[in-house]
Design a protein around this ligand. Structure first.
Ligand SMILES: O=C(O)CCC(=O)C(=O)O
Ligand SMILES: [Fe+2]
Length: 323
């Protein structure tokens, strides 16, 4: 079986227990009143086929479209979450045509860069993926409306921040792993944006950390259901009324696994801070403000490889005065 590369090995506290409990704690919401979800599911199946065909290409072919520190789309097989290498391969493409982002993480550099996904020359059907994005973004806007209303805000309050959304669609591929007790497909993290709309196949492996006792709860695959993750942006905007979900992926030695997260990120110029409507003299802002575009670009550049220090995260903006 050989030896595992040290870069993949989790510290003992974060190694997965392979016999996990089965629970039904995750709420399931039926939004099937419109055709949008049905259509998204159908195109989603086509995207899964596209992903399978791409990841089964020889590694040399995939590496021809490999990302680097400056261009953070396309193929990547060296992502480090919390500084440990993930047992996975990914393909990222930006959703908005074009997507506008800061050209560099440097706070003084005001240059912007526009990326057109459909212009890429890639052995993968980008049109199918972009068609899927157009349908899923309708679902994401609808979810944002429901969340805005739940916070006592106007229905379009959050959606307005996504006029020039910056998120990627990601294709995740987890090859079988001979060391599933030592490595993780994705290490523990919460998603950086507002919402993630995730489709997983029937293999299973996604786990979410219970807020009450810290246990890892497996998210059982449900046919034709999306998993919706609350991301860090909603935690900041809602001043901790919504909490981003910590999750990870365990791998197995038998079956490969595919998943497709759609990351819904706001416009690059959005200033991240708790919404004014949700704070007052008594409820203080729990986060200091920061610019979304620079934060995102900084985080992406550093996920690229192993670093000396941990990646930038929302905890870095927690206001010590408010806790
Ligand atoms: O593969 C999954 O189920 C989840 C992947 C994930 O958490 C991510 O890509 O951020
Ligand atoms: Fe995630």
């Amino acid at each position: 079986m050989g030896e595992i590369d040290e870069a993949f090995v989790q510290v003992p506290d974060h190694r997965p227990k392979l016999s996990t409990i089965e629970v039904d704690e995750i709420p399931v919401i039926d939004l099937s009143a419109s055709e949008t979800e049905k259509l998204a599911m159908e195109i989603g199946k086509a995207v899964e086929k596209v992903a399978k065909a791409f990841f089964h290409l020889p590694i040399e072919e995939k590496r021809k479209v490999k990302r680097d520190e400056l261009n953070f789309t396309c193929y990547h097989d060296e992502e480090h979450t919390k500084n440990i290498r993930d047992w996975k391969e990914v393909f990222d493409m930006l959703i908005q045509e074009p997507t506008i982002l800061p050209a560099s993480p440097d706070p003084d550099d005001e240059e912007l860069e526009a990326t057109l996904t459909s212009g890429l020359r890639i052995p993968l059907s980008l049109e199918t993926c972009l068609e899927y994005c157009r349908v899923v973004e309708k679902l994401a806007f609808r979810l944002l409306e429901l969340i805005s209303i739940s916070l006592g805000l106007a229905a379009n309050r959050l959606g307005e921040l996504f006029k020039h959304q910056t998120g990627p669609l990601r294709l995740n591929y987890y090859p079988p792993c001979p060391f599933p007790e030592l490595a993780l497909g994705v290490g523990r993290h919460s998603d950086g944006g507002a919402l993630t709309v995730l489709v997983q196949d029937d293999v299973g492996g996604l786990q979410i950390r219970s807020q009450s006792d810290g246990e890892w709860i497996p998210i059982k695959p449900i046919l034709n259901a999306y998993i919706i993750n609350i991301g860090d942006n909603l935690q900041v905007w809602s001043n901790d009324l919504y909490v981003s979900a910590e999750h990870r992926v365990v791998v197995n030695s038998q079956r490969e696994r595919f998943s497709i997260p759609f990351f819904f990120f706001p416009s690059h110029y959005v200033t991240m801070k708790p919404l004014e409507e949700l704070v007052n003299d008594k409820i203080l802002m729990k986060y200091k403000e920061y610019n979304w575009g620079k934060y995102y670009v900084t985080q992406n550049g550093s996920n690229y490889k192993k670093l000396d220090a941990e990646n930038v995260q929302i905890e870095d903006f927690k206001d010590p005065e408010s806790v």
